[in-house]
Design a protein around this ligand. Structure first.
Ligand code: ADP
Ligand code: MG
Ligand code: MG
Length: 931
């Protein structure tokens, strides 16, 4: 399918679908052949799973399933090209579409032996969205399309079941009224207007369950629904089935740009241009009686990855019922007893799907009079934990190979094995007030909030929150993003809450039927305990337990194994971690270092697999205990002599810190950055502290205030900092370098000597002369120390590349520097002319307008900052072929940026200790992608 031509044809055809069919058809004919907008599946299938871009994920997989002989009701997919056309042409369709759709409907009619709109034997349809990446629940679905006052009678007669027919009809009017005609609740707190009408009727009839309503009751309901639509919209519910169909198609295309879809796309970086496809399909009925059902299933447990079929179903129900949580569905395991034939068939389909798609599948099915139909399959969303377990086990079962498995584990998900769980003792002491289904593993403790907006407000105030809802809907997405945990009292593991939690990696418990949530009173009641909005609640998403009050958290199993407090054999989580890390290490070419300033951080990083320190910030070492006073004394010194006195006091502290770090790193390279921040950051802002300091140093408070004023800078980020400090006060550089070399000499000559490879890094360099100035000091002090101690130390001197000038003149810098380390935080700030701390006011707007595709401080801005990096790499190597290259900005822990670093040919990335395992996996994925 030549996509380019499709777009071109689509853009040049401006006529409306309804009025200019002929004109456009002749135009297309003139351009030599017709663009295909409609792709059938069923007895004859046009598409395949390879055509996601054009057919969307749902359409492509429906085609694939039909082609491999799985029971899929026939239908067709309208391509994403039509969506593009729709938005480029004031929401009109390509001229040829109408005829194509009508032809495709005729083909479904033939296969189903029913007729669309026929009063005796009506064909009913579902109209569903489906984008390239699945966006569950984000866009709209319409079922039972094709029912009107005449066809509903035909359906009633054919099935000899008027109750069923009117049940379908009232469902259709509700969906159509909501999705196409826009009859919706006024706000978050108000009820769905159709539900209100239904509830009123039930109340009048003294009935509780939907199932108690008779055919006559439902007929009355249909009447009231129509009245509701007329009163709200001043338009009638349409009786013409083609009008219904085009209305539904338009609503699905229109939903691509509804608010929740837009938010979802932003969260997952899905481009707007992709568009959605529309799937039109013959309807099968799960609500025909007790031999019928509808359900959803995962081929493995999406919460923990266990190899069991997992899901839920409802007897005598239609699709939306399961997801909407109207009735509480049954676990698939029960189906084995209740509908043994269908269960067996489902197991067969499960095996076939996994073997064919070679991944865990999330499928939707309907059973119509014992016949199983598959309505959708896709690679199932899963928690990070499940992703790891499924990849490892499917590889062991030979359904996947090792490389595929590595690619299938989102690098970030390694975190789920490392994040804290509740502290066991605190958890035991806490009171379990209820239980629900564990839907997103981990521990969350926070304030109770009942609405998405409250979640946002409290979280902006710096509070951790747990969003508690009866059930969640796509409108709650934003609130869920702000919450640490999500708790619902209704709905199962395939409910919206569970689905989103899995994707966001949020702690989640759903279907906690033992709690009652009252939105009006803002209370959560369980077991005689009444909690209010703003009270603490704690939820364990791994066990489903809910606690009143806050609970502290504790280390994960993996961490406990690594620090020796849990035997490895006792932890399956640790085995999974080890397996994935070993596979990753086999394939990656990037070295992984860490940013650490203390022995404890260094040890944790080494346990996680760090192969060196890429950034030790020395300034953090000056804040501890008495040191800060000596530091202040040094800064406040009137002249060099006094400064040297203070520096002499600081030297032993630095030396001790470095020695500790060298020992912890046990021979691995350690990059130490010389003093970087502007000096005023070390001075006290507080009046009382200033006075105390004055007394201690024997100066007047006025003197201190005067010095602070002298050091004041309009823009400290671009002021006297980095190497400028060392150039102005060479004695600072001298002291730091002396501390490094003396510590190295000491550690190398201990009883049990430890090799040391220090790499001294000069920050914020822009000129070769700046670097040369500092490097001279380093070499001189190194000589002095080795002359005095007789220890020869193998060291490197290099520079950070964190201003554009350094990147551009990298060839000159490399004449002096033995290594470069890209400080991408500052490099991003200086390249974009943007302070990271000041972009809050416009960042959201920039994201919405897609000026920024992502946050440039989270993921490297490849076409800007990235180009400076590749330039520096190339120029640096042109003068020093073996120059060592790394990155030490926060980007080094971001998988997308790691992929970039791999491509750019760096030797290592250096990230914070907890991100080391993620970086190992991301580095392997980068290598595999480019293999
Ligand atoms: P979503 O993308 O939100 O999952 P779907 O388009 O998959 O929405 O539709 C939701 C549900 O509607 C399905 O799970 C299924 O139960 C029901 N459904 C969709 N198409 C059909 C059909 N042809 N026959 C019966 N039920 C259907
Ligand atoms: Mg679906
Ligand atoms: Mg910097």
């Amino acid at each position: 399918m030549p996509a380019k031509r499709t777009l071109k044809t689509a853009r040049t055809t401006v006529a409306s679908a309804r009025t200019a069919t002929k004109k456009a058809a002749s135009k297309a004919a003139m351009s030599g052949g017709r663009t295909q907008y409609v792709y059938a599946f069923g007895e004859h299938t046009d598409g395949s799973s390879a055509m996601r871009d054009l057919l969307g994920g749902k359409g492509a997989n429906l085609a694939e399933m039909a082609a491999i002989g799985l029971p899929v009701p026939p239908g067709f997919t309208i391509s994403t090209d039509v969506c593009t056309y729709f938005y480029d042409n004031q929401r009109r369709y390509p001229a040829a579409l109408k005829a194509d759709v009508e032809k495709a409907i005729a083909e479904i009619e033939r296969q189903q032996r029913k007729k669309f709109g026929d009063a005796d034997n009506p064909l009913l349809l579902s109209v569903r969205s489906g984008a390239r990446e699945s966006m569950p629940g984000m866009m709209d679905t319409i079922l039972n399309l094709g029912l009107n006052d005449a066809t509903v009678e035909g359906l009633a007669k054919r099935t000899a079941n008027p109750r069923f027919a009117y049940d379908c009809y009232r469902r259709f009017i509700q969906m159509y009224g909501d999705v196409v005609m826009g009859v919706q609740p006024a706000n978050q707190e108000s009820h769905n207007p159709f539900d209100e009408v239904m509830d009123a009727l039930k109340h009048e009839l003294h009935k509780v369950q939907d199932t108690e309503l008779t055919a006559a009751d439902l007929k009355e309901l249909v009447k009231r629904y129509k009245k509701l639509i007329r009163s709200r919209k001043r338009a009638d519910f349409p009786q013409d089935v083609y009008e219904q169909l085009w209305g539904a198609i338009g609503a699905v295309f229109g939903s691509w740009k509804n608010e929740r879809a837009i938010i979802y796309r932003q969260r997952y970086s899905i481009p707007t241009e992709w568009g959605t496809a529309v799937n039109v399909q013959a309807l099968v009925f799960g609500n025909l009686g007790d031999d019928s059902a509808t359900g959803v299933a995962f081929t493995r447990d999406p919460a923990n990855g266990e190899n069991v079929i997992y899901g839920e179903y409802l007897v005598n129900a239609q699709g939306e019922d399961v997801v909407a949580g109207v009735r509480t569905p049954k676990q698939i395991a029960e189906m084995e007893r209740e509908m043994p034939e269908s269960y067996k068939e489902l197991q067969r389909v499960r095996a076939k799907l996994e073997k064919h798609f070679r991944d865990m599948q999330d499928l939707e099915f309907t059973i119509e009079n014992r016949r199983l139909f598959i309505l959708q399959t896709r690679n199932g969303k899963r928690t990070g934990l499940a992703a790891i377990r499924i990849a490892v086990e499917m590889t062991e079962e030979k359904l996947m190979d090792q490389k595929t498995a590595l690619k299938k584990i989102p690098a970030e998900s390694i975190d789920s094995l490392l994040v804290p769980v509740f502290d066991a003792r605190a958890q035991k002491a806490a009171k379990v007030i209820a239980r629900g289904l564990p839907a997103g593993p981990g521990a969350a403790s926070g304030l109770i909030v009942f609405t998405a907006s409250a979640a946002e407000q409290e979280s902006r105030r710096g509070n951790r929150v747990v969003l508690c809802r009866i059930e969640t809907s796509p409108d709650d997405l934003k609130g869920m993003l702000y919450s640490q945990g999500i708790l619902t009292s209704r709905g199962g593991v395939s409910s919206h809450a569970a689905l989103v939690a899995r994707q966001l990696g949020k702690v989640c418990i759903c279907g906690a039927t033992g709690i009652a949530i009252n939105y009006e009173r803002k209370t959560l009641t369980a077991d005689n305990v009444v909690l209010r909005e703003g009270d603490y609640i704690s939820i364990d998403g791994s066990t489903g337990e809910i606690y009143a009050g806050p609970i502290d958290s504790a280390d994960s199993e993996v961490k406990r194994v690594l620090n020796g407090s849990l035997p490895p054999a006792q932890s399956y989580a640790y085995r999974l971690f080890e397996t994935v890390m070993a596979w990753a290490d086999k394939h990656r070419t990037l070295t992984i270092r860490t940013n650490a300033d203390t022995p404890a951080m260094a040890e944790q990083a080494v346990a996680y697999g760090a192969e060196g320190i890429g950034l030790c910030r020395t300034e953090h070492m000056f804040f501890d205990g008495d040191r800060i006073d000596y530091m202040r004394q040094m800064i406040l010194a009137a002249d060099e002599v006094q400064r040297r006195v203070a520096l002499k006091m600081l030297l032993p502290f630095q030396k001790k810190d470095f020695a500790g770090l060298f020992r912890a790193m046990n021979g691995r390279p350690v990059t130490i950055r010389l003093l970087d921040p502007p000096l005023h950051e070390f001075l006290p802002q507080d009046d009382a502290i200033r006075r105390k300091l004055a007394t201690k140093l024997g100066v007047t408070p006025e003197y201190i205030i005067e010095r602070i004023r002298a050091l004041h800078e309009e823009n400290p980020m671009l002021g006297c900092r980095g190497c400028r400090l060392g150039i102005l006060y060479p004695e600072i550089t001298e002291m730091q370098v002396r501390a490094i070399f003396e510590a190295a000499a000491q550690v190398m000559t201990m009883k049990k000597p430890v090799p040391v490879k220090p790499e001294i890094m000069i920050p914020l360099v822009g000129f070769k002369a700046e670097l040369a100035d500092q490097v001279t000091i380093v070499h001189r002090v190194a000589r002095e120390v080795s002359d005095r101690t007789g220890v020869k130390i193998d060291y490197l001197v290099g520079t950070m590349i964190e201003v554009p000038r350094a990147a551009i003149t990298a060839d000159e810098l490399a004449e002096v520097a033995e290594f470069f380390s890209f400080g991408t935080n500052d490099l991003t700030q200086t390249t974009l002319g943007l302070s990271r701390d000041d972009m809050g006011s416009f960042f959201e707007t920039y994201r919405q307008k897609e000026i920024y595709q992502h946050n440039p401080f989270a993921s490297i801005d490849e076409s800007g900052v990235g180009r400076l990096i590749t330039t520096a790499v190339e120029r640096g190597r042109s003068t020093r072929a073996n120059i060592k290259l790394g990155i030490c900005g926060e980007h080094a822990g971001d998988p997308a940026s790691i992929a970039f670093c791999h491509m750019a040919g760096l030797d290592y990335v250096s990230c914070s200790p907890p991100r080391v395992p993620i970086a190992r996996l991301a580095a392997a994925q980068a290598a595999l992608k480019n293999a």
